[in-house]
Ligand binder design. Structure first.
Ligand SMILES: [Zn+2]
Length: 295
């Protein structure tokens, strides 16, 4: 049996027979969920930083001494996929001591409760994000809030609320929290350093900065527009060698994976400012549409 085949077989068995605690509390259904949850072979981004998410939803694993840090948990039904990815890299998911969340939507926070139960990890988020994560219900000031709509996620216990600039330290890894609201009132981006020998890069997991909402919400008439502008400014000014974000297409993951033989295509010190500029363009189009102007 070839090694690749064996690895694939093993991964699928792990997903099929994964730990009971990682089975979804409920299958959250959305138009994109099935595609987003398709498997993605995990890979090293740089140094001790790895991609362990699904094809459409990022989860990032950071080695920190004997411990592991995980950013984002995908959908409720992604937890078992993430677990299998981590195991296939040779890590033990039980060593995840720290879970960081970008924003409290079902497609990034959905798997966090199960992974927390399985690993006993501490979960960190912004103050506003912690409220939503703890309840599993969007707050009325979330652009995607709709009364009665249950596009929510399993509530997460004991979320540690931190503020802009706080640092989460695990062994020799310091992850800085950058408060970047707008897409949600509690959006948080995260930044840390990974090294190979003496070559160190600053990685940024920039939260979603998309101006998307439930019907009837106006970005222009809410703090969300000003928040997005501030957040984009913050991201553009960061020390940033490698951009990552909650949806892999935001940082061109598939294209970059196809070009891996030409150095490390993830290293690009203008990617954060391009990301911010793109977000401001989306917001501008959105505000024009809200005013009924031509796009
Ligand atoms: Zn979102």
């Amino acid at each position: 049996m070839s090694r690749i085949f064996y690895t694939l077989l093993l991964s699928s068995l792990l997903v099929a027979c994964g730990p009971k605690q990682l089975e979804p509390d409920a299958d959250f259904v959305c138009d994109n969920c099935e595609d987003w949850n398709l498997p993605q072979a995990p890979f090293r981004i740089y140094g001790g930083t790895w991609y362990v998410g699904t094809a459409g939803l990022s989860s990032i694993l950071i080695e920190a001494g004997e411990e592991l840090i995980l950013i984002d948990g995908g959908l409720s039904q992604s937890a078992a996929v993430i677990d299998a990815n981590i195991r296939s890299l040779g890590f033990d998911p039980k060593n995840i001591s720290t879970l960081l969340v970008s924003h409290a939507h079902f497609d990034h926070a959905g798997g966090v409760a199960a992974i927390q139960r399985f690993t006993g990890a501490s979960v960190y988020s912004s103050i506003e994000g912690a409220k939503t994560l703890s309840s599993g219900e969007l707050q009325p000031d979330d652009p995607q809030y709709l009364p009665g709509l249950t596009a929510n996620f399993p509530p997460i216990a004991n979320v540690v609320a931190i503020k802009d600039g706080d640092v989460v330290t695990v062994a020799d890894v310091n992850v800085r929290a950058i408060y970047t609201p707008g897409h949600t009132p509690g959006g948080m981006s995260w930044s840390w350093e990974s090294c190979v020998l003496d070559t160190c890069y600053q990685l940024v997991y920039a939260d979603s900065l998309t101006a998307v909402s439930a019907q009837g919400f106006s970005f222009g008439e809410n703090p969300a527009a000003a928040q997005l502008i501030d957040s984009a400014d913050k991201i553009s000014l960061l020390d940033c060698d490698i951009l990552l974000s909650p949806h892999p297409f935001f940082f061109g993951m598939q294209d970059k994976l196809e070009n891996r033989d030409e150095g490390n295509p993830f290293v690009n010190n203008v990617a954060c400012s391009i990301y911010a500029e793109t977000a401001l363009g989306w917001l501008e189009r959105r505000l024009r549409a809200e005013r009924g102007e031509n796009q």
